[in-house]
Design a protein around this ligand. Structure first.
Ligand SMILES: O=P(O)(O)OC[C@H]1O[C@H](OP(=O)(O)OP(=O)(O)O)[C@H](O)[C@@H]1O
Ligand SMILES: O=c1cc[nH]c(=O)[nH]1
Ligand SMILES: [Mg+2]
Length: 209
């Protein structure tokens, strides 16, 4: 079964608390999404491999660690996932960015696919799928299926708020994908929104309704 990490870092919890407030406007909300993504990236990349290299400091020769150079990609689920891309790229600037377009059908809450563009060499890359919200899990499950269909084998999923229902569905569908969560909430309401949640993340990032 996949590993689920719920971030208990005070900075993340504090920032998510501000995001949840109904009075937080789009400008602050966008900044917070990006900052939380940057902090979660720290955990998501914990297992990246290092190698030894010989260098010279101003004082002497020594051996230091550097990333082994595994190629990475960040794949936001449109639209709301876009808000997490800048924060990820601040930490891993060499990563390529793919895009998957999915929206939840307002009646069924099932995901509807409208776009998929991944780096040509994505099968050789370790992929971080990002979306602020994991509600029923339908969007994440479909996005990861689409990515696997392109030959990608090493995938992480990062979100800011998750419902237990979504975590369970994602773990069952993709037991090989580890999940990084900023906060694990209580449940879904009758409209499949996360409770207490923060409302519609895409609308709050882009100021739509
Ligand atoms: O786990 P699920 O039940 O699938 O719900 C989560 C999805 O819903 C939201 O997207 P939405 O459909 O609102 O699209 P948007 O990002 O374009 O607003 C959110 O950003 C996730 O992609
Ligand atoms: O609570 C939710 C559920 C799905 N999508 C959101 O943006 N928020
Ligand atoms: Mg939305």
């Amino acid at each position: 079964m996949s590993k689920v990490t719920v971030m208990d870092h005070p900075l993340i919890q504090h920032k998510i608390g501000i995001m949840r407030r109904v009075e937080t406007g789009s400008k602050d909300f966008r900044t917070l999404v990006s900052e939380v993504a940057m902090l979660e990236c720290y955990e998501a990349t914990r297992d990246l491999e290092l190698q030894d290299v010989e260098i010279e400091t101003p004082i002497c020769k020594t051996t230091v660690k550097e990333l082994k150079g595994k190629k990475l990609a960040v794949v936001p689920i449109l639209r709301a996932g876009l808000g997490m891309v800048d924060g990820m790229l601040e930490m891993i600037p060499a990563a390529k960015v793919g895009h998957i377009g999915l929206y939840r059908d307002p009646e069924t809450a099932e995901p509807v696919e409208y776009y998929c563009k991944l780096p040509a060499d994505c099968a050789k890359r370790e992929v971080f799928v990002v979306d602020p919200m994991l509600a029923t899990g339908g969007s994440a499950v479909d996005a990861i299926r689409m990515i696997k269909e392109k030959g990608v084998t090493h995938i992480h999923f990062m979100c800011i708020i998750a419902a237990p229902e979504g975590v369970k569905r994602l773990q069952e569908a993709h037991p090989d994908v580890d999940i990084i969560v900023g906060a694990l909430d209580e449940h879904l309401n009758e409209h499949k929104y996360i409770v207490p949640g923060l409302g519609d993340a895409g609308d709050r990032i882009f100021g739509t309704k």
